[in-house]
Design a protein around this ligand. Sequence first.
Ligand code: UD1
Length: 344
Amino acid sequence: MNSKGKILVTGGTGYIGSHTVVELLNENYEVAIVDNLSNSDEGVLDKIREITGVKPEFCQLDLCDKDDLQEFFAKNRDIDSVIHFAAYKAVGESTKKPLKYYRNNLVSTINLLECMIDHKVTNIVFSSSCTVYGQPDQLPVDETAPVKEPLSPYGNTKQTNERVIQYTIEAGNPIKGISLRYFNPIGAHPSAKIGEIPRGVPNNLVPYITQTAIGIRDELKVFGNDYNTPDGTPIRDYINVVDLAKAHVAAIARLIDNKNKTAYEYFNLGTGRGNTVLEVIHAFERATGKKLNYKIVGRRPGDVEQVYADTSYANKELGWKAEKTLEETLRSAWEFEKAYRDKN
Ligand code: UD1
C-alpha cells in the first residue's frame, strides 16, 4: 500500500511517542524517529517492529543541536509533517532544575520550527498538557478555558512552546499546527510489548501502582484525602495511551488534508470522565485481582484538586473518541509491567 506521507516523530521511542508510531504505521504512514534516548531505549524499535511488521527509521539526535537537526532534514527531504513529543516531563525535577527544563524544552522546539521553515515542512502536532489550564474555573474544561499561571517550570515550558508555535504561525510562516492537550495518559499497548518505563522512582500514579503491585515498591502513597471531592482524593481524567495515540493520527490527517479551521488549533484529549485516586486504586484491584498496599499521606505540592476534559470539540472535529474503559486500561498497564519485569 502507498504511504500517506512521511512523519518525523521526535521523542518517538518514549512512552506516548512509541504508541503513536505504532498507530501511524498501522495507518500506512512512513515514520522517521529522532530521539536522544535520554529517557528511552533503542530496543523499543524492535518492539514496534514486532507489533507492526515495520521497523521505523531511527536517528539518535538531540534537537538542541541545530547543526545535527539541519543535517537530518537535509537528508530526509520527503518528510512532510512533524509530531513533536521530545521533552523533559518530570514536574518535580523541573522545580529543582528549571534551566535544564527551559533549555531543553524550548531550544528543541525553536530549532525544530526553524528547520521546518528552512526545509519547507509545514505541519506540526505538538504534545501539550492539560497543565496549561491549572485548576480550571469550570469543569469539565474545554479549549476556550484560559491558560493559567503555570504550576511548575515544566508546565510553563508547555505553555511557552504553544505560544512559540502560535506566534511563529501568526508571523506568516508557512506552518500549520495542532496542539494536543493531554489529560492523564496511562496504560500500555495490548501486546504488552511497549508501555511506560519510568527511570528510577515513578512520579506518576499508575506506574507507581503497577510497581507496588509487582513488589518493587513497598506501598503506594496517596497524596491527600482532604480535597473537596467525593472521597477526598484528587480527580483526574485518565486516558488510554492507545486511544491517545490514535488522536495524533487524526490530527496529522487533518493537517495533511487541510481540514484545519485555523492555522493553529488546540484540542483536549481525555475521556471526559473524572476519577479519584481511590477509584483508580480500586479499579486496578478489580481489573487485576491484586490487592494494593496503600497509605494516605499529606498533599503533594502543586497538585490541583480536580481536572477532567470536555472532549466534545476533539470528538467532533477530529472524528475521534477515547474508547477503552479505565479497568481495561489499568489491566494493560499491569500486563506490560509483568511482561517487562519478566525480561529485565
Ligand atoms: C502530572 C503533572 C502534569 C503532567 C503529568 C505528566 C502535576 C501537578 N501535574 O499530572 O502537568 O503533564 O504529570 O507527567 O504535577 N498520586 C498519588 N500517589 C502517587 C502519585 C500520584 O496519590 O504516588 C496522585 C496525585 O496526587 C494526583 C494523581 O495521583 O492526584 C495523578 O498524579 P500523576 O500521575 O502524577 O499526574 P498529575 O499530577 O495529574
